[in-house]
Write a protein that binds this ligand. Structure first.
Ligand code: FAD
Length: 308
C-alpha cells in the first residue's frame, strides 16, 4: 500500500512525487507516458531560471530528479478507475491490476483539441502551435492565424496582437462564443481580423514550416487561402479525466478535477494537480507548483488521519 500514489508523470505528477518522497512517504507514480505534454514540446523559454530548453531534455531531467528518490515509477500504465474501499483508495489499471493507497494525487494532464486537417501533424511545432503564452514570441512581427473564436481564441488573438504583425481569427460558426468584452477589445485592435463561417481545411507549408492555410467560406462555399507564419489552434483543452467519470469525484462541466487552494478534491485524501484540474492557467511552472501543493496537502491529510 502506498502512502501517496500519484497518477500522471508530467510536470505536476513529477513534482508531487518528489515532494511526497521528501516527506518520507511511500510514494508511487503511475504514468502512461512520462513527461506528458512536455515530451511534445520543442522550445521552452518560460520555465523560470532556465533561459531556454527543449521538451525532451526537460523530461529527461524530470525523470532523473524523480529517480533521486525512492519513488516506484510504473511506466506505460494507464489508470482506468478509482474506488474508495475500506478506508483506502484503489486504482484499477487498464491491465487489470489494482494499486492501493492511503491518499492520491491525480495529475493526468490534458490534451489540446486538434483540427484534424492535413498538415496539422506535419507542422506541429513548426508553425502549428497550441499555446500563445509559450510560442507567441516566436512569431514576432509575422502574420498568424488563431483557429477558434471562443474565449481562449479571442484572448489569444488580443495577446498575440501585441507581438505579431497581424492576427486573423477563423471561427467555424456564424457567431463568436467569446465574452462581449473580449470581442469589443479584439474589434478595437487594428491588426486583428475576424472571419466567421470559416472552416479550416488544410495547413500549408514548404516542407519545413508553415506558410499558410486553406479554409472554406461556409456561406459561399468558396475556398480561400491565407499566407501565415503561424497557426494557433484554440478549439479546446480536454482534461484527461474520462477515467474518473464512473467515480464519485467531482468534476467541472468541462471535466476538470475541482480542487481548492490546498489541491484537495471533493474526496477526502484525494488531491489534484496540473492541467487536469480547474486551475485557470495551464503552464509547466504552474503544474509543478500545484504538484507541490497537492503533495503537501496529502501530507497534511496523512498526519491527521493515519493511525500507526
Ligand atoms: P501533462 O503534461 O499533460 O502530463 C499528464 C501525465 O499524465 C502524462 O504522464 C500522461 O501520460 C499521464 N496520464 C494521462 N492519463 C493517464 C491515465 N489514465 N493513467 C496514467 N497516466 C495518465 N507550458 C509552458 O509552461 N511552456 C511552454 O513552452 C509550453 N509549451 C507547450 C507546447 C505544447 C505543444 C503543449 C502541448 C503544451 C505546452 N505547454 C507549455 C503546456 C505544458 O506542457 C502543460 O501545462 C504541462 O505539461 C501540464 O503538466 P501536467 O503534469 O498537469 O500534465
Amino acid at each position: 500500500e502506498f502512502d501517496v500514489l500519484v497518477i500522471g508523470g508530467g510536470p505536476a505528477g513529477s513534482s508531487a512525487a518528489i515532494y511526497s518522497a521528501r516527506k518520507g512517504l511511500n510514494t508511487g507514480i503511475v504514468a502512461d507516458r512520462f513527461g506528458g505534454q512536455v515530451a511534445d514540446t520543442l522550445a521552452i523559454e518560460n520555465f523560470i531560471s532556465i533561459k531556454a530548453t527543449e521538451g525532451p531534455k526537460l523530461v529527461a531531467q524530470l525523470e532523473e530528479h524523480v529517480k533521486e528518490y525512492d519513488v516506484d515509477v510504473m511506466h506505460n500504465q494507464r489508470a482506468a478507475g478509482l474506488e474508495h474501499v475500506n478506508n483506502q483508495y484503489e486504482i484499477t489499471l487498464e491491465n487489470g491490476a489494482t494499486l492501493k493507497a492511503k491518499s492520491l494525487v491525480l495529475a493526468t494532464g490534458a490534451r489540446w483539441r486538434e483540427m484534424n486537417v492535413p498538415g496539422e501533424q506535419e507542422y506541429r511545432g513548426h508553425g502549428v502551435a497550441y499555446c500563445p503564452h509559450c510560442d507567441g514570441p516566436l512569431f514576432k512581427g509575422k502574420p498568424v492565424a488563431v483557429i477558434g473564436g471562443g474565449n481562449s481564441g479571442i484572448e489569444a488573438a488580443i495577446d498575440l496582437a501585441n507581438i505579431v504583425e497581424h492576427v486573423t481569427v477563423l471561427e467555424f460558426a456564424d457567431t463568436l462564443r467569446a465574452d462581449e468584452v473580449l470581442i469589443r477589445k479584439a474589434n478595437s485592435l487594428s491588426n486583428i481580423t475576424i472571419i466567421k463561417n470559416a472552416q479550416t481545411t488544410e495547413v500549408l507549408g514548404d516542407g519545413k514550416k508553415v506558410t499558410g492555410l486553406n479554409y472554406t467560406d461556409r456561406v459561399s462555399g468558396e475556398s480561400k487561402r491565407l499566407t501565415l507564419a503561424g497557426i494557433f489552434v484554440q478549439i479546446g483543452l480536454i482534461p484527461n479525466t474520462e477515467w474518473l467519470k464512473g467515480s464519485s469525484l467531482e468534476l467541472s462541466q468541462f471535466g476538470e478535477i475541482l480542487v481548492d487552494a490546498k489541491g484537495a478534491t471533493s474526496l477526502e485524501g484525494v488531491y489534484g494537480a496540473g492541467d487536469a484540474t480547474n486551475t485557470p492557467f495551464k503552464q509547466i511552472i504552474i503544474a509543478m507548483g500545484s504538484g507541490a501543493t497537492a503533495s503537501l496537502g496529502a501530507f497534511d491529510y496523512l498526519i491527521r488521519h493515519s493511525e500507526q
